[in-house]
Design a protein around this ligand. Structure first.
Ligand code: FES
Length: 124
């Protein structure tokens, strides 16, 4: 049975993200050493609080919000691309997107270290 701040590694193949309490825990896939790179960030999107544990990991290893697709660097918690839309609107919003990105750079997600320990990915 995993500990509260842990996710079974079998549930975190490369490119996936899961919930662990208040955290979104994911796997960016193998790094240069061939080992999977796990991450943990706070779950609430800085835009409109969508649950990032329901998001996805893109080809660059960024965490993508499930609502308006804001992108986060999971190593720093910084929003690197702003949302495309707001509330129920999904589409181009260039000025708004840049404005929210600046806010997301300043108000970063919280970040925890996530490492493989035995069969689990454990948050430190
Ligand atoms: S709530 Fe995350 S991008 Fe809008």
């Amino acid at each position: 049975m995993p500990e509260p701040d842990a996710v079974p590694a079998a549930e975190l193949p490369p490119g996936t993200v899961r919930r662990a309490g208040d955290w979104a825990v994911g796997n960016r896939g193998p790094g240069p050493d061939g080992e999977d790179r796990y991450f943990a960030v706070s779950r609430r999107c800085r835009h409109q609080l969508a649950d990032l544990a329901e998001g996805s990991v893109d080809a660059d290893g960024c965490l993508v919000c499930p609502w308006h697709q804001a992108r986060y660097d999971v190593r720093t918690g910084e929003m690197v691309e702003g949302p495309r839309g707001f509330l129920g609107y999904h589409g181009p919003t260039p000025v708004y997107t840049q404005l929210v990105r600046v806010i997301g750079q300043l108000a970063r997600l919280r970040v925890r270290r996530a490492t493989r320990t035995g069969d689990d990915v454990v948050l430190e």
